[in-house]
Write a protein that binds this ligand. Structure first.
Ligand code: NAD
Length: 298
C-alpha cells in the first residue's frame, strides 16, 4: 500500500466530464454520487431496463437527500440532469474519465474496456471498478495501458467512504492522479494500492466469506453467524453482507480469488461439490438485487 500525499494531487488533470459503463448496483451508485457532487456523468448500459433501474435508484437517493433537507427540490432536479443515460458511445470522445462497472467477468470486461478505448480521446483515463480482477491482466486488452487503473468503490457507493485506486504494472502517474482527484471530488477517501487479485479489502474479505460458507455447509445457522459477527462489532454479518453484494457477483469474484490464491481459497465450504454461495445462485437467490438471498426483502 502506498500512502498518497500531495504527489498525485499535483499531477491531476481536471476531471470535468465522466462516464460509467454499466447501470447496475455499482454503476447506478457511481452515477448518483458523481451527479450529487456536481460532476456530469454519462451512464451507459446495453439494456434499456438497466438504465431505467439505475435512474430509479438515483432518483430515490436524491429524494432521500431532499427529505433530509440536504437538497431543495430544485437542486435535486438540477443535479439529476448531471446523469445522462445512453445506450451508445456517441458522446464519449470528450470524456476525461470512464469508470467501467459491468459484470465481474475478465472476458466481458476486457472486451468492454477495448471498445470504450476506441470511443474516447487519447488522454481519457479508463478505470475499472472490478472487485478482484488484476488490473495488469485487464490492461492486456488495451492499446494505452498507461491510461488505465482500478477505481474500486464499495457498496453502497453513496455511504462507503473508501475507494481503492489500483496501480497496474503499466499504469501511469497521470491516470492514478486523475482517479485520486475524481474520488476526492466525489467526497470519497482514496487509497492507492498495488495490483493483485482482490487488492486490499477483498483479499481480506473473501477468505472470511470462505469461512462463512464452510460453516453453513457444515450446518451452522447463517442468522446466528450474522448475530455473532454483529456482537463482535461488525456493522453487519456475512450473510447480510453477501445479500448486499449480490451472490452472482460474489461467485464471480470468488473464482478470481481462487485462481490467485488457490490454497487460501481452496475450501469455500463445499456442499455436494459446490459452495453454499454457489448453491444460492443455483436457486436464484441473488440477494437484495432480486429481493431474495439469505434473507427475504420487500
Ligand atoms: P450488476 O449485475 O448489478 O450490474 C452490471 C451491469 O452491467 C448490468 O446492468 C448489465 O446490463 C451491465 N452490462 C453488462 N455488459 C455491459 C456492457 N457491455 N456495456 C455496458 N453495460 C453492461 O453488477 P454490480 O454489482 O453493479 O457489479 C459491477 C462491477 O462492480 C463488478 O465488476 C463487481 O465486481 C464490482 N463491484 C461490485 C460490488 C458489489 O457489492 N456488488 C462492490 C464493488 C465492486
Amino acid at each position: 500500500v502506498k500512502k498518497q500525499g500531495g504527489r498525485y494531487a499535483r499531477q491531476a488533470r481536471p476531471v470535468e466530464r465522466t462516464a460509467v459503463l454499466g447501470a447496475g448496483i455499482m454503476g447506478g451508485g457511481i452515477a448518483y454520487q458523481s451527479a450529487s457532487k456536481g460532476t456530469p456523468i454519462l451512464m451507459k448500459d446495453i439494456k434499456e431496463e438497466a438504465i431505467e433501474l439505475g435512474l430509479k435508484e438515483a432518483r430515490k437517493l436524491f429524494a432521500k437527500q431532499v427529505e433530509r433537507g440536504k437538497f431543495s427540490v430544485e437542486q435535486m432536479a438540477e443535479r439529476l440532469t448531471n446523469i445522462r443515460p445512453t445506450l451508445s458511445y456517441g458522446d464519449f470522445a470528450g470524456v476525461d474519465l470512464v469508470v467501467e462497472a459491468v459484470v465481474e467477468n475478465p472476458k466481458v470486461k476486457g472486451a468492454v474496456l477495448a471498445e470504450a478505448e476506441d470511443a474516447v480521446g487519447e488522454e481519457t483515463v479508463l478505470a475499472s471498478n472490478t472487485s478482484t480482477i488484476s488490473i495488469t491482466r485487464l490492461a492486456e486488452h488495451l492499446k494505452r495501458p498507461e491510461n488505465f487503473c482500478g477505481m474500486h468503490f464499495f457498496n453502497p457507493v453513496h455511504r462507503m467512504p473508501l475507494v481503492e485506486v489500483i496501480r497496474g504494472e503499466r499504469t501511469g502517474d497521470a491516470a492514478v492522479a486523475a482517479t485520486v482527484a475524481y474520488a476526492r471530488q466525489m467526497g470519497k477517501t482514496p487509497i492507492v494500492v498495488n495490483d493483485c487479485p482482490g487488492f486490499l479489502v477483498n483479499r481480506v474479505l473473501f477468505p472470511y466469506f470462505g469461512g462463512f460458507s464452510q460453516l453453513v455447509a457444515q450446518g451452522a445457522d447463517f442468522r446466528r453467524i450474522d448475530k455473532v459477527m454483529e456482537r463482535f462489532g461488525w456493522p453487519m454479518g456475512p450473510a447480510y453482507l453477501l445479500d448486499v453484494v449480490g451472490m452472482d457477483t460474489a461467485v464471480h469474484a470468488g473464482e478470481v480469488m481462487a485462481e490467485g490464491f488457490p490454497e487460501r481459497m481452496a475450501d469455500m465450504g463445499s456442499a455436494g461439490g459446490k459452495s453454499a454461495i454457489q448453491l444460492m445462485v443455483d436457486h436464484q437467490r441473488l440477494g437484495q438485487k432480486n429481493a431474495k438471498g439469505f434473507y427475504a426483502y420487500e
